[in-house]
Design a protein around this ligand. Structure first.
Ligand SMILES: [Zn+2]
Length: 196
């Protein structure tokens, strides 16, 4: 409803209880081999107290492309073949760079669930490999939709002056939650998917 997303967000984002803490330029090496300089933004006042960051490009359209990515160390950093987080992060950063959007990187393992740690995930892989993890798939963890919380993501967007987004996600719950927290999801986009 409140609309125009300003290009570089001012450091005044007190609405929603969080605000921009700092921003620093970092050149990022993208999947297509090019370099793009992004603003990496930190926040004060996030509801869960974790050190989430936004990767943002200065020329936001009024309704920017947004990706909310939950940390997956094995996928993001090591290129694990047990989940698709690595390719999704690569594609997200590429598309966000091309369109001038925003990637929110949530520093939490377990698809947004705070009480699932990296060790929990690795333990679940181990259980899965011993043939006892029937419900386990993907991350090796089955996370109920209602266990995920994207409140901090909504806070970060508001702090950046963004109230309307085009969301890159295959997860309908993410759309519902962001809407619940006051972010208008005007379009949902799927991954092109290098493997699918
Ligand atoms: Zn993963």
């Amino acid at each position: 409803m409140n609309g125009e997303a300003p290009a570089p967000a001012p450091a005044d984002g007190r609405r929603g209880g969080a605000r921009v803490r700092s921003r620093v330029e970092i050149p990022l090496h993208l999947a297509d081999g090019s370099w793009q300089t992004a603003h990496v933004i930190t926040f004060d006042g996030l509801t869960d107290g974790l050190e989430h960051i936004a990767v943002s490009y200065t020329r936001h359209p009024a309704v920017p492309l947004v990706r909310v990515h939950s940390e997956c160390l094995t996928g993001d950093v090591l290129g694990s073949g047990r989940c698709d987080c690595g390719p999704q992060l690569d594609e997200s950063l590429q598309r966000v760079a091309e369109e001038g959007g925003i990637l929110l990187y949530l520093r939490q393992e377990g698809q947004g669930r705070r009480d699932v740690s990296l060790y929990d995930k690795l333990d679940a892989y181990s259980v899965q490999d011993r043939g006892r993890g029937i419900a386990a798939a993907g991350h090796g963890l089955r996370v109920a939709d209602d266990a995920r919380d994207y409140h901090a993501a909504a806070q970060m967007l508001r702090a950046l002056g963004v109230g309307r987004v085009r969301l890159l996600t295959s997860n309908p719950d993410k759309v519902r939650q962001l809407s619940w927290y006051g972010i208008a999801v005007e379009e949902r986009l799927d991954f092109a998917g290098r493997s699918a």
